[in-house]
Write a protein that binds this ligand. Sequence first.
Ligand SMILES: NC(=O)c1ccc[n+]([C@@H]2O[C@H](COP(=O)([O-])OP(=O)(O)OC[C@H]3O[C@@H](n4cnc5c(N)ncnc54)[C@H](O)[C@@H]3O)[C@@H](O)[C@H]2O)c1
Length: 331
Amino acid sequence: MADRILITGGAGFVGLHLARRLLRDGAEVTLLDDLSRGRLDRDVDEILSQARMVRHDLTRPVPADLLAGDFDEVYHLAAVVGVQQNNENPARALNVNLRAVLNVLDWCRRRPPGRVYLSSTSEVADGATRLGLTPFPVGEDVPFALPDPTMPRASYGLSKIVAETLLRQSADLFLVRIGRYHNIYGPRMGHDHVIPHFVARALARQDPFPIYGATQSRAFCHVDDAVDATICLTRLPGRDPIVANIGNDTEEIVIRDLAERITQLAGYTPSFEVFDPPSGSPDRRLPDLGRLRRMTGYTPRVELAAGLRQTFDWYARDRATVVAAAPGDRA
Ligand SMILES: NC(=O)c1ccc[n+]([C@@H]2O[C@H](COP(=O)([O-])OP(=O)(O)OC[C@H]3O[C@@H](n4cnc5c(N)ncnc54)[C@H](O)[C@@H]3O)[C@@H](O)[C@H]2O)c1
């Protein structure tokens, strides 16, 4: 019998790529989303002949009759994501993300699935890196720290710290797997990240081309690699909860170089206008993937050049939906 799988946030960026992959592998997939950010676009349309879509706002309890039957795996991805959303309304990120994980866990307690995966974030370790409590690359066993709770983006990281803690405390009921995503990119990633910002500017042939935080560095991970890692991590044997970083540590890049690569893809050479990074944005982000490699045999396969080309081409085709890039690049 096919695995029955629930993906919350299934109409979002990572959720839809994950759904496609699981459907290809023959699973029976249900997507749950309130469409607050995910969209019913042609990509969702394409998979709706094979997957079920349930519209529900997870800030409200999951009604008993909403999801029939038992699930082998639940991937909890639904969250308020993105620095712009968090900066504009930090209270919303904390509220929605906490209520959503509490309601998912309540439902899981009533109908325990085999395994529950939580999508966490590199940002749970940002406090420890800022305080110099950990070297680079950053591993999983760093202390949770909140050096400046007044910073708007602290809400998002805090919501994931609490979600991780709540999930680990449920490990007597189902297998618990937590993946901390580090700068995932790819087609249909929305418009609130540095890569789509640069693509939008490059497609508009902006010159001068603004860059916020030109000397910061990131290690970007293609969504296909992130999806592979997510599934492998979720399916690891063993009763103990597992937390692992998910990313690509092979091609760290400075943001100015990223801008050069993307403008090259657009076929022009603008002058760059450099501004301060957005407030609270870390200078460097690089995951230690040792645990993921050891436990799953993970190797990232998509090289940055190929992934950027594919992502650029996708946005170029989807240009009608590309919005004017907001000031401040978010990574
Ligand atoms: N993309 C990244 O680089 C990255 C990095 C770190 C962590 N993450 C985590 O991965 C997960 C997926 O991120 P993404 O980039 O696909 O984001 P996304 O915004 O594209 O997807 C999130 C989905 O959750 C849905 N959602 C939001 N609130 C909801 C609610 N109350 N009820 C039901 N659905 C709701 C949205 O409509 C959206 O479709 C998130 O949990 C995010 O925190 C992503």
